[in-house]
Design a protein. Structure first.
Length: 621
């Protein structure tokens, strides 16, 4: 018969047995740990030192860069390697022998390697790159002699090869090894000490798109670095995205040749979209020089060059806009209704104010009586001095200048640009601790004095006229594409940068005045063109320090009789450091002729009849 006491005994027995099992298991684990760490610890530690997993980073190739036709790349990758040394891995008694042998393989001097591995780091386990752009044949020789070269390694480091015309160096830029400052910023984005990063231009602006994703090769190696696993695990790298720019290589070459070897800049853009078709700044440089081991010395030469070839004058330098600013003045006058465009002002070649005589660019006997259209065409300073000082004032002038995009960033997709300057009375007080006077207003009224603008800003200014009040954000990136399938991943759409509130009929009057400037004004000869109707404004900026020398400006859009979507806008400056030849109007006409007649620079120059003018010196406005 079943008893309750039997049930209690049965349960107690089960608990006791379970407890014994737990104790046995616990003691087994303790013994195993004791065996691993104490009895056989040295054996396993020795084995772990001899066998380890080695991870090698496989560099990803940067994405290629194309012009707007997207057929041939402007920038490609060339296979190359970099040789590295980990000094601490070289036995102390073999250091000199290893470095001497490595120098022979690299065809360089022992002293060059010693410069990169000074004595104070020779026991360090930090890897130091001693030579880049090493061909595969040299790497093969090093690999065959690896046992004689402890501490020597190599990495794949594709080299950028720039195939474009030289003037694209400011747009595309160049790449280089990541520095400490860049590493501090980019570390959390997956960059490493061996990363190649964009330093300027598109290479820097869109570095994250161009970088790609590095791969990894994981192998099992012994203490000597010998692979003991025949099947490594590989995660292949992914090439960076392909970028299609708005640049038209044919137009870029046309502009480059039209400007020639004159210090200055020229910008060509589509006013209806903001796309940059060409951007030339002279002097330029060869982006490929940064591929050499002597890149630091080459960079120092460029930095110390007085002509500043590293500066993109189209966006990184601002100049007095000179008489091109009369476009802003005329627009402000009409919109404010302060002076009738039909009413005339007499120009006698000079104007006295504040104990000073201001001379118009045409002195005795002056331009005579002029209305707005003829004042614009003849670029009469007296007319605009009067309008600025007596009818507008600096605050209204500054307000309209900003409405045209002056004095603020153009927001182009480049990593560095300046905003120019639109001065005011308040600005002068803060800057110079002095009062604004009427003479300051007069100077600003003709784009002189403190007023400054970049060539791109003036291209935007003339685009606003072409579009009757709209400036689209200028941009160089057109599309982002998949490097494998060539599928368009992202397309840049036109974005409004500035929308004016100026009345439509006023834009009609400004457009008519700019066309009249070509047909009946000072630039009617250099801007005469049988192929296409042009609307334009010249500018001649006085420059301190250059006697009898002036910056030569021309801003234009064409065709005048076409809708904005079929037009181009051009802004060209030739600096005062050049021999004076009033070249900006001629260069701009050559550019427009070449674009719409589908001609080379030489063909356009010949058809326009400008060949004999190349060395002619003239001074007009």
């Amino acid at each position: 018969m079943y008893k309750k006491s039997d049930e209690i005994f049965s349960k107690g027995t089960k608990v006791f047995i379970l407890l014994i099992l737990i104790i046995i298991m616990f003691l087994s684990y303790i013994y195993k740990l004791f065996s691993l760490q104490v009895l056989n610890g040295e054996q396993y530690r020795s084995q772990s030192r001899k066998i380890s997993s080695q991870v090698t980073v496989i560099s990803a190739q940067r994405g290629e860069i194309f012009d707007r036709k997207a057929d041939l790349p402007m920038v490609i990758n060339t296979d190359s390697f970099a040789v590295e040394v980990t000094p601490g891995e070289i036995p102390k008694d073999r250091y000199d022998t290893v470095i001497a042998k490595l120098a022979q393989f690299l065809d360089t001097s022992r002293s060059e390697i010693d410069k990169k591995i000074p004595k104070n780091v020779r026991r360090s386990y930090t890897t130091i790159q001693v030579k880049q752009n090493v061909p595969f044949s040299v790497i093969s020789n090093i690999a065959e002699n690896k046992s004689d070269l402890p501490g020597v390694s190599w990495i794949s480091k594709p080299m950028r090869n720039y195939l474009h015309t030289p003037s694209l160096s400011h747009i595309v830029g160049y790449v280089g090894d990541i520095n400490q400052d860049e590493m501090a910023i980019l570390y959390n984005q997956g960059y490493t000490k061996n990363s190649i990063v964009g330093k300027t231009g598109i290479e820097k602006q869109y570095d994250s798109l161009l970088q790609g994703t590095p791969g990894r090769e994981m192998s099992t190696v012994d203490v000597h670095g010998r692979v003991i696993s025949n099947v490594p695990t590989i995660e292949p790298p992914k090439i960076g995205k392909s970028l299609v720019l708005t640049i038209d290589s044919d137009i870029q070459k046309l502009v480059e040749e039209a400007l020639g070897n004159r210090v200055g800049a020229s910008v060509v853009l589509k006013p209806a979209t903001g796309e940059i078709l060409a951007m030339v700044s002279y002097p330029y440089f060869d982006s490929n020089i940064f591929n050499s081991d002597n890149s630091a010395a080459e960079y120092a030469k460029l930095i110390n060059d007085s002509s500043k070839p590293l500066i993109n004058r189209a966006v990184q330098l601002s100049y007095p806009p000179a008489s091109t600013f009369k476009i802003v003045m005329s627009t402000a006058m009409l919109q404010e209704g302060v002076f009738s465009p039909a009413k005339k002002i007499e120009c006698r070649g000079r104007m006295s104010y504040g104990g000073r005589v201001f001379h118009c660019h045409v002195h005795e006997p002056g331009h005579g009586w002029l209305d707005m259209k003829n004042a614009m065409a003849q670029s009469c300073d007296v007319y605009y001095w009067t309008i600025g000082r007596d009818y507008l004032g600096i605050e209204k002038i500054a307000s309209y200048a900003r409405e045209f995009g002056l004095g603020k960033s153009s927001q182009i997709d480049l990593p560095s640009q300046v905003s120019g300057l639109v001065p005011t009375a308040e600005w002068k007080q803060k800057k110079y601790h002095s009062k604004w006077v009427g003479g300051d207003t007069m100077s600003c009224s003709i784009g002189q004095g403190y007023m400054e603008a970049t060539p791109l800003q003036l291209a935007n200014m003339i685009a606003m006229v072409s579009n009757k009040g709209t400036i689209y954000k200028p941009h160089l990136l057109k599309e982002v594409r998949d490097p494998v399938t060539n599928e368009v991943i992202e397309e840049v759409k036109p974005t409004v940068l500035t929308e004016s509130t100026i009345d439509s009929e006023i834009w009609d009057q400004i457009q008519e005045a700019l066309r009249y400037t070509v047909t009946d004004g000072t630039p009617q000869y250099p801007m005469h063109n049988k192929r296409v109707q042009i609307a334009c404004k010249t500018g001649t900026a006085e420059v301190d320090g250059f006697k009898d020398s002036w910056h030569s400006w021309l801003v234009a859009y064409a065709p005048y009789d076409a809708p904005p979507e079929d037009r181009v806008c051009v802004a060209t400056i030739v600096e005062a450091v050049n021999k004076w030849e009033w070249w900006a109007p001629y260069a701009t006409n050559i550019i427009i002729q070449g674009i719409f007649a589908n001609q080379t620079c030489a063909e356009a120059t010949k058809e326009l009849g400008f060949n004999y003018l190349v060395n002619k010196r003239t001074r007009q406005e």
